[in-house]
Ligand binder design. Structure first.
Ligand code: T5A
Length: 212
């Protein structure tokens, strides 16, 4: 029987350390014989990266309104799912995405205040019921993530929002994780890097080990 693919997503607020953990997840699956495709959101394909640039670049002459931001997130996601993620899974590969749909619930839903029913309706149009096999949510207090981002340099358009926005996002992420424990594993991202990586590997082993 052909090997089945897996779709794993990493989520979290700014500076939570999710991008840093992508190679850890990739190594976990490569060591078990899988071909791995790493991608990110918004972006991941040529056209979706163009949408990313519109989303993350602040235009001095015109603000991107919240609804446009939401629609562009789903335009990029539909493109990524149809042209990269689904074909890769059909070939038995593992796809790892740095952010996915849970970011929309947290940023556009909890953060911007767009009603969750409106987001759910758009999701249905863009990707239907397509969802990750497992989401790893790296959780850090807002001030910890912000300090890491400051140490790294210039903020993009979304990162320039205030602390209250990022507190709502963190709450949105955490509430979803706590109410959907089968879908989302909550990981303490404030630990030393090696400890976070060990926690990521442990979650993958416990949740998926028997299926690999
Ligand atoms: N967005 C995205 C939405 O609004 N809606 C959506 O639906 C989607 C998909 C994407 C932006 O788009 C928004 C969210 C974002 O604002 P981005 O550039 O991809 O923009 O930004 P982020 O996803 O936030 O990614 P970053 O790379 O900027 O942050 P990460 O991935 O959280 O953090 P990472 O791993 O790069 O680490 C940040 C720093 O911390 C250090 C790292 O070395 C790095 O310097 N670090 C640690 N330091 C100490 N201890 C640890 N355990 C550490 N782990 C990492």
């Amino acid at each position: 029987m052909a090997q089945r693919g897996f779709f794993i997503t990493l989520e979290g607020g700014e500076g939570s350390g999710k991008s840093t953990q992508v190679p850890v997840v990739a190594d976990f699956f490569r060591q078990r014989g899988y071909d791995v495709v790493c991608t990110r959101e918004p972006g991941g394909t040529k056209l979706a990266e163009q949408i990313r640039s519109v989303l993350l670049t602040k235009d001095p002459d015109e603000d991107l309104c919240d609804k446009s931001e939401l629609l562009l997130m789903y335009a990029a996601r539909a493109q990524l799912v149809e042209t990269l993620i689904k074909p890769s899974l059909a070939q038995g590969k593992v796809v790892i995405s740095d952010r996915f749909d849970l970011s929309t619930l947290a940023y556009q839903g909890a953060g911007r205040g767009i009603p969750l029913a409106e987001i759910a309706a758009l999701r249905q149009v863009a990707i239907g019921d397509f969802a990750p096999d497992l989401t790893l949510l790296l959780d850090v207090p807002v001030e910890v993530g912000m300090a890491r981002m400051r140490a790294r340099g210039k903020a993009d358009r979304i990162e320039q929002a205030g602390t209250a926005f990022f507190e709502r996002i963190r709450t949105g992420f955490r509430e979803y994780a706590l109410s959907h424990p089968d879908e989302v594993a909550l990981i303490d991202g404030t630990q030393e890097l090696a400890q976070v990586s060990a926690a990521v590997t442990q979650v993958l082993t416990e949740r998926l080990g028997a299926q690999l």
